[in-house]
Design a protein around this ligand. Structure first.
Ligand code: SF4
Length: 280
């Protein structure tokens, strides 16, 4: 059994919060540069130039990429040979979020209750999902998730007879209705199968895949390409200003499901695509 102290976890989470808010993920940065080459709309190209300039200033001055510094989403893959020592895993993660958001003056966006809505003043609690895996390592993936892109994400129960065409229609309708609100160009995470909550979690996990990395199953990778092409024909363009580039990537994750079910979730990630991962 390998022991990992909670103080280490807190420090790693605080570092990931800082890095995610200040530095655009490299694969996203490269995707924006490719998008600039492919975009034909002058307004769209102008927006992409501004997105890249904004990212450069944020990195240089250690300023947030966007004013909405999000609610913090944390995915933990916890090796079953790891013993978390000195306290609670969830408390350690929340302390890391608290430390980073206070030290770096990041906007605190979390309210205590969906109805009462009092700001918790330290951006906690984080939304934490923990999965037990083989091994003696702990992998922490973290994303400050904006309201703009989360608020237009959705889950739907389709009829299995709807098939791929039904899924495609649902995804395109979701993105079309969202229009400029999630601040495109987007990364589109799609979860298919499982149960309602499993599809939603798959869609979220799909967002953490480096942009440009396809699903390892060839048929699913082909569907990702087909859907990206269809989304970019909607003409929404960067920040809704029109153009070719509405999405940088489509990432699909799938899971076995009940023979009478077809669950589909669409989770969108805006142009402030912030996520970081560390292994302890
Ligand atoms: S959707 Fe993204 S880019 Fe738009 S305001 Fe929110 S965090 Fe910023």
């Amino acid at each position: 059994m390998r022991s990992v102290d909670v103080a280490t976890i807190t420090k790693v989470v605080a570092r990931l919060c800082e890095e995610a808010n200040f530095y655009l993920e490299q694969s996203v940065h490269s995707a924006f540069q490719r998008a600039y080459e492919e975009e034909i709309s002058p307004l769209g190209r102008d927006v992409l130039t501004q997105i890249l300039a904004n990212a450069a200033v944020a990195a240089e001055k250690r300023l947030p990429i966007c004013q909405d510094t999000g609610i913090v989403l944390v995915l933990v893959e916890l090796g079953q040979e790891v013993h978390v020592s000195g306290g609670s895993l969830y408390a350690a993660i929340n302390q890391g979020v608290r430390d980073a958001y206070q030290k770096c003056y990041l906007r605190k966006s979390v309210v205590n209750d969906p109805i009462e809505r009092t700001n918790t003043k330290d951006n906690t609690p984080a939304v934490i999902h923990c999965r037990i895996v083989d091994g003696d390592k702990m992998r922490i993936s973290l994303m400050p998730k904006s309201a703009g892109s989360e608020n237009v994400s959705t889950v739907k129960v389709l009829n299995p007879a709807d098939g791929w065409e039904g899924i495609k229609k649902f995804v395109l309708e979701t993105i079309d209705q969202a229009g400029p609100n999630p601040c495109p160009p987007l990364i589109v995470g799609i979860g298919m199968g499982g149960t309602m909550e499993k599809a939603a979690l798959l869609a979220k996990e799909a967002l953490f895949r480096p942009v440009g990395q396809k699903n390892p199953t060839e048929t699913i990778a082909h569907l990702e390409d087909e859907l990206l092409d269809a989304i970019n024909k909607l003409g929404i363009g960067p920040m809704g200003r029109g153009g070719r580039i509405t999405a940088l990537a489509v990432h699909i994750e799938v899971f076995p499901t009940h023979m009478s079910s077809l669950l589909v979730a669409v989770n969108l990630l805006c142009c402030a695509a912030r996520y970081k991962t560390a292994e302890i």
